[in-house]
Design a protein around this ligand. Structure first.
Ligand code: SF4
Ligand code: SF4
Length: 354
């Protein structure tokens, strides 16, 4: 055999697909939702399939995965798939199996829901399990918040679907959401000068800073870095390439809540999320302060939005002043994005400056 490269892309999904879905791929007639958490698809051939969606605790041990797979073997047709929000979906081609499957999942503690106009499972970035720069846990915030929002997951009585996201740093894989909970650093990095020369490539750290606030420096005779704290916007971008520039802080790393981000252009144009609450304590293990703000926003949205209005459509209609009135969240000068620093100091050049 010639020495062939190992292909390691996405595996062919058809080998794992339920046979009814394989057979009718691209040839579906319509679908409906007979009850929350259950989707019913009818193919042009007349074939039918029911999909039952269950929420999980996201980070799962092997026993839980085995339990879910046993449920798939005993109560469904032996096929499962994960959604991008870590729900697990079970497919059955016989509608009479749905009730028993739903009951078994609920009995084992897995809520069935997340379809239609519900609060779907919160998506989160990787957090401490896989990443080296988080300012907070990600799956922990999600688990504790979903415990609070359990009723909104299993019912479908929001005006439209609500997608919530969490992000454990301010700069990398955090997403847009109807509601987004993002870490917010509030002070410049604290530099451990003894380590910088051994650990950091100083030119790449200097180049990382979006506002050109970092300069090389000699400290106690050793090569190190210094930060112009007046310029620093506390973004955290220097911490990944240079861990001695510690920015995470149990007291000063806070949570911020943003709303109205929407990737979809189904009813209106996609929108960027906007800051509505900042300086919320990053308070494990239940993050009660963040949970209270989220629940309040959801309550007001549910009461005030018209049918089918997504969070951004609703705010667009009532206006931001009314949003702050209704939610009673304080509106401060920090909510106004009037930063003009980029015009002068954005490190937009490809050159490294010393
Ligand atoms: S959001 Fe930031 S800290 Fe969290 S997993 Fe992504 S890169 Fe890592
Ligand atoms: S990269 Fe961000 S946190 Fe680091 S010095 Fe620059 S502005 Fe401050």
């Amino acid at each position: 055999m010639p020495n062939m490269p190992i292909e390691s892309g996405t595996p062919d999904p058809f080998q794992y697909m339920h046979p009814t879905m394989q057979k009718n791929f691209g040839a579906w007639s319509y679908h409906d939702r007979p009850r929350p958490g259950v989707l019913h698809h009818v193919a042009k051939s007349g074939d039918e399939i029911w999909t039952v969606r269950a929420g999980t605790q996201r980070q799962m041990d092997v026993y839980t995965v085995r339990k879910l797979c046993s449920i798939a073997d005993d109560f469904a047709d032996g096929y499962v798939r994960f959604t991008i929000r870590s729900n697990m979906e079970f497919m059955v081609k016989d509608g009479s199996k749905v009730d028993a499957l739903v009951s078994k999942l609920q009995e084992e503690g897995f809520p069935v829901g997340g379809t239609g106009n519900s609060v779907s499972m919160i998506s989160h970035t990787q957090g401490w399990l896989h990443c080296d720069i988080p300012g907070t846990d990600a799956s922990g915030v999600v688990k504790s918040l979903m415990d609070e929002l359990h009723e909104e997951f299993i019912r479908e009585d929001m005006p439209n679907r609500v997608h919530i996201t969490t992000s454990c740093c301010q700069i990398n894989c955090g997403g847009q959401g109807d509601i987004a909970i993002n870490i917010q650093h509030t002070k410049p990095p604290k530099i451990n000068h003894d380590l910088v020369a051994n650990v950091c490539e100083r030119p790449s750290v200097v180049a990382r800073c979006p506002v050109a606030a970092i300069r090389p420096a000699l400290v106690n005779g050793k090569p190190s870095l210094e930060v112009d704290e007046k310029k620093c916007i506390c973004c955290g971008a220097c911490f990944p390439p240079c861990p001695p520039m510690q920015i995470n802080d149990p007291e000063h790393s806070k949570l911020a809540i943003w709303i109205g981000g929407n990737h979809s252009n189904a009813r209106s144009k996609p929108t960027f999320q906007k800051l509505v609450a900042a300086g919320i304590p990053n308070n494990p293990p239940r993050w009660t302060e963040a949970a209270a703000v989220i629940k309040n926003i959801l309550k007001v949205y549910k009461e005030d939005a018209r049918e089918w209005e997504r969070m951004n459509d609703w705010v667009e209609r009532i206006g931001w002043p009314r949003f702050f009135e209704l939610t009673e969240l304080p509106f401060t000068k920090f909510h106004i994005d009037n930063w003009r620093g980029a015009r002068r100091s954005l490190n937009a050049s490809t050159h490294i400056r010393f």
